[in-house]
Design a protein around this ligand. Structure first.
Ligand code: HEM
Length: 307
């Protein structure tokens, strides 16, 4: 800090903070999980309609293996990130678990809500769980919300709920994948129509968990933009008016809504058409390497090889 201004002295230190690796791993893990569930859901759609069966059988197995490995890794990667949060943003962690009083032997909430009048979480809890998980000892002291004035605390209920819902959805994702692997092992995966329907319905779940995780992260650090240094209310630019911010936000919302609708229409078309019915040129684009390998062959051959 130089005369009240933050001055960047080391770009790489700013980039590679202590939480960089755990956050990157957790977020990239989330994208692989989302990809695996998308692939599994589309494959299930084909199997339910007996279309592109060979393709779908391969794709669903790949999706189950990757989906299982990465969704099972999410709690571990998330745990590493939680350790960083507890160390660098203890008030956020206190809000995530609804801990008001600083102290040891703090329970881990499984499901429930924060009774803000009684200043404690209510619901199903694991005694000493939070102290154990963050400090490997029931005696580990957890910083409570009481260590800062109420004006420096994030909105507790929403942070508590988004955090627990992310974990809840994460556990459901692992269970869905385990059931799939079990059905595959029993050799009844493709015939289990109920499970294929579950896979179709589960396509948006990783995105739901991702949004919940992002909400935990961003709402949990309120009212700070830079913890202990710069409040969100002070970070508002004095040269940009409320009207301008509102207009920009409105334009972004409309733009992204339109892009989303286009995206849905394109994905729907591609999925409905399926891999084998794509024209040869599009197939070739989809498998770039094969296009180079097959250049010079006739269109019929190229279609055969690239499919
Ligand atoms: C199952 C157990 C899980 C645990 C223990 C866990 C833990 C965490 C923690 C501690 C944070 C950091 C909050 C912060 O930095 O303020 C976080 C954020 C996040 N989580 Fe999870 N998570 C889990 C599951 C998932 C799943 C299944 C997904 C998505 C498929 C996911 C996606 C995210 C995302 C996108 C963020 C925001 C990262 C950021 O913006 O920095 N999480 N999670």
């Amino acid at each position: 800090m130089v005369n009240g201004r933050a001055v960047l002295t080391d770009f790489w230190a700013a980039l590679f903070t202590r939480s960089f690796l755990p956050t990157l791993a957790h977020t990239l893990g989330a994208t692989v999980v989302a990809g695996a569930f998308f692939t599994a859901g589309v494959s299930a759609y084909y199997l339910l309609r007996s279309r592109h069966v060979d393709f779908a059988k391969h794709a669903i197995r790949l999706a189950l293996v990757l989906g299982f490995l990465f969704s099972a890794a999410m709690p571990l990667l998330g745990h590493l990130q939680a350790l960083e949060v507890a160390r660098d943003q203890p008030i956020k962690m206190a809000a995530m678990e609804g801990v008001y009083q600083t102290g040891s032997h703090k329970a881990l909430s499984i499901i429930g809500y924060v009774d803000q009048n009684a200043q404690k979480p209510v619901g199903l809890k694991l005694p000493d769980g939070l102290s154990l998980i963050l400090g490997l000892s029931p005696n580990r002291v957890i910083t409570g919300l009481d260590s800062v004035p109420p004006s420096d605390r994030p909105p507790v209920q929403i942070v508590f709920q988004t955090w627990h819902l992310m974990i809840g959805v994460g556990i459901i994702l692992v269970l869905i994948m385990i059931v799939g692997l079990y059905l595959w092992w029993r050799k009844i995966l493709e015939r289990s129509r109920w499970y294929l329907r579950v896979l179709q319905l589960a396509i948006p779940l990783p995105m739901v968990a991702t949004t919940l995780g992002w909400m935990t992260t961003e709402i949990g650090r309120q009212p700070w933009v830079v913890e202990g240094q710069l409040r969100t209310s002070d970070a508002v630019s004095s040269t940009v008016s409320v009207g301008q911010v509102g207009t920009t936000l409105g334009v972004f919302v409309v733009l992204y809504a339109v892009l989303f609708l286009f995206w849905l229409a394109v994905v729907r078309r591609i999925v409905r058409r399926g891999p084998e019915e794509m024209p040869a040129t599009e197939q070739a684009e989809a498998v770039d390497g094969v296009l180079i390998a097959t250049a010079g062959h006739g269109p019929g051959e190229r279609r055969k090889e690239s499919s």
